[in-house]
Design a protein around this ligand. Structure first.
Ligand code: C5P
Length: 336
């Protein structure tokens, strides 16, 4: 037993990847205001890390009275949305509500059990890479275990879908076909790895604004994901590069015309194909191999936000118990 466990502490680390959309077709606007999508999701090796920790007197953390006074704290870099604007924090509140754990902010009782969400942010924010959804997925998976809620993955996915359209995919990862709002997930086969130059923009782009621009400028088409699914079987990056597809591109490019020039720069630097990441503004350059991805990235290094070399698919969320005293406290070492 570590000293942290002896003091009533218990923690898990959840490493969770970002996502790409290799294919995204918008079928139209739905009565609920969302848009009906057909998409192919794949995780990519850019990860956030969330540590969830329960701190309190020995034995108190499982006591119902202790749970009623659960204090919830988010430790994260100030650039990350705080409080209920943060999807991981909101996920904790909703899971608590559903499972009878009552997280409150700033309880006076110094003995109150504390749950700490300690977020190390690596996935660019509001970039089209589902960083916020990944954090929410990590929080749901981690806290379900930490609090002993006992929800099944299917129940967690339903809860996740209320928080964000990408959360259900982020909970399982790998490669999947997404339908509905993007929340109906069917795993599909992908060989790989594929090597990417992930090139974030300096300014974020709001997903909602991109879908509004789609309403203004675009109409539903009949594109199908078959070619992308076939290319994923082949594991040939040249084949995949030729069929990458994202129908949010015209809308995002209308809002951010500089993306056209950035796309050209990626191609000139040696990318086989370029596609917008989700609703953008990150651009994804698919490279022939890892060496080529590094070379492309190097050629773009002096131009704004540095590119990230990453590979896909990147599996799903990875949960590990936090071992050893140095790891357990102070938890803020990652996020503060
Ligand atoms: O679900 P998520 O939080 O990612 O959605 C953010 C916004 O993007 C929504 O409020 C909605 O305006 C838009 N959206 C949409 N159709 C989708 C997903 C998102 O219109 N399938």
């Amino acid at each position: 037993m570590t000293s942290a466990q002896a003091a009533g502490g218990f923690a898990l680390r959840i490493r969770v990847p970002a996502k790409l959309n290799l294919f995204l077709a918008v079928r139209g606007r739905r009565p609920d205001g969302f848009h009906e999508l057909t998409t192919v999701f794949q995780t990519v090796s850019v990860h956030d890390e969330l540590r969830v920790a329960l701190i309190g007197q020995p034995g108190r953390r499982h006591h119902p009275a202790g749970r009623r006074r659960m204090r919830l704290e988010l430790w994260a870099d100030p650039i990350v949305p705080q409080g209920a604007d943060n999807l991981a924090f909101r996920a904790a509140l909703q899971l608590g509500e559903l499972s009878g754990v009552r997280p409150v902010q700033g309880a006076q009782d110094r003995d109150a059990v504390r749950t700490i969400l300690d977020l190390a942010k690596r996935i660019p924010i509001a970039a089209g890479l589902a960083g916020g959804s990944a954090d929410a997925a990590a929080a749901l998976i981690g806290l379900n275990r930490l609090w002993g809620c006992g929800l099944t993955l299917a129940q967690l996915r339903l809860l996740g879908a209320e928080l964000g359209s990408d959360v259900p995919f982020c909970m399982t990862g790998g490669t999947a076909l997404g339908a509905g709002r993007g929340t109906d997930i069917t795993p599909v086969l992908s060989r790989g790895p594929f090597h990417w130059v992930v090139w974030p923009d300096a300014e974020p782009l709001e997903t909602r604004a991109v879908f509004r621009a789609w309403d203004a400028h675009c109409a539903p088409g009949g594109a199908r994901p078959d070619d992308v699914l076939y290319a994923l079987h082949s594991s040939d990056p040249r084949q995949l590069a030729g069929v990458l597809w994202n129908e949010l591109e015209p809308a995002a490019f209308a809002l951010r015309p500089q993306l056209e020039e950035r796309r050209r720069r990626l191609v000139d630097a040696g990318a086989l194909g370029v596609v917008l990441a989700g609703s953008g503004p990150t651009l994804l350059g698919l490279a022939a191999d890892l060496t080529s991805a590094r070379a492309v990235s190097e050629r773009l290094r002096d131009d704004g936000v540095p590119p990230i070399v990453a590979s896909s698919p990147a599996g799903g969320p990875l949960v590990t118990p936090v071992q050893g005293d140095s790891d357990v406290g102070p938890l803020g070492s990652l996020g503060r």
